[in-house]
Design a protein around this ligand. Structure first.
Ligand SMILES: NC(=O)c1ccc[n+]([C@@H]2O[C@H](COP(=O)([O-])OP(=O)(O)OC[C@H]3O[C@@H](n4cnc5c(N)ncnc54)[C@H](O)[C@@H]3O)[C@@H](O)[C@H]2O)c1
Length: 259
């Protein structure tokens, strides 16, 4: 298996995309550190990974808290001694319309979304990059959103805070890719469209069968992660792949950097 002997760190691993990605890494041979604030569900993810014959640790970690992130990555190093793959996936989504907004509520939403979606990505990467630099190689994948693909998607009026956090995350993705490429650390982004998780169901609780048919499954996005990793050190960096269907995930296999 191509990830035998490798160690992956996945944030937001208790459910949804993060859980599917953590399990997919293990299915390819990786040992996995699962970081989440939902202890019970995160423990289940780790148990599923152990059933696959891989090692797993579930760590209570609020990615927005620098002490939590420091502690978690120190724990991963004590347990596994290396980090080969970091998946910045933990995220939160709230609809916060401007019209009729309650000042206190919307400013709390703003702080929370930036803390988790943007600062969380920043802190985890900051903690892991020195390890990857020492190893001379690493893979970082940031789970962004299709909303940053303006050629396909218009700004969604009530999602202004969420989208702003994701544009900032995309900017980190591009800048890190440019700086870290020369150190053999590949940074790429994934921009999934609607995928059937608790997050999406929180804003669309009762999708019609037609709508549901267009939603991806978390495993489809996990396949995109695996196919980016399979591209290897010579694969593209600084990309932000739009994944709307499983076919988009399949197409990432074997893609090489432009000459
Ligand atoms: N589901 C979609 O349609 C969709 C589409 C595009 C992008 N995304 C992105 O994919 C990622 C995963 O989303 P999902 O749909 O699986 O969401 P989800 O709500 O189903 O799962 C999110 C996970 O992140 C964890 N989490 C939340 N705050 C955290 C924190 N502070 N520290 C650590 N963990 C925390 C939650 O406990 C949960 O396990 C997010 O970044 C989201 O923005 C989702």
């Amino acid at each position: 298996m191509f990830l035998d002997g490798k160690v992956g760190v996945v944030t937001g691993s208790a459910m949804g995309l993060g859980k599917a990605i953590a399990i997919a890494l293990a299915q390819e041979g990786a040992d996995v550190a699962c970081l989440d604030i939902r202890a019970a569900e995160n423990m289940e993810t780790a148990q599923e990974i152990r059933k696959l014959g891989r090692r797993a640790v579930d760590l209570s970690c609020d990615v927005a808290d620098k002490n939590d992130v420091r502690r978690a990555i120190n724990h991963v190093m004590r347990e596994f001694g290396r980090v080969d793959v970091l998946i910045n996936n933990a995220g939160v989504y709230v609809l916060s319309p401007m019209v009729g907004a309650d000042f206190d509520r919307i400013t709390d939403d703003y702080d929370r979304l930036f803390a988790v979606n943007t600062k969380g990505t920043f802190l985890c990467t900051l903690a892991v990059v020195p390890i990857m630099l020492k190893q001379g190689r690493g893979e970082i994948i940031n789970v962004v959103t299709n909303h940053v693909k303006r050629e396909r998607y218009h700004a969604e009026s009530r999602g202004h805070i969420y989208d702003a956090t994701k544009w900032a995350q995309l900017s980190l993705n591009e800048t890190w890719a440019a700086e870290l490429k020369q150190h053999s650390i590949r940074v790429n982004g994934l921009c999934p469209a609607a995928t059937d998780t608790a997050m999406l169901r929180s804003v669309m609780p009762n999708p019609s069968p037609e709508v549901l048919a267009n939603w991806m499954k978390p495993a489809d996005v996990a396949l995109a992660v695996i196919n980016i990793l399979k591209q290897g050190p010579d694969g593209p960096a600084g990309e932000s792949y739009l994944i709307v269907t499983r076919k988009d995930a399949e197409k990432l296999a074997g893609k090489l950097a432009p000459a």
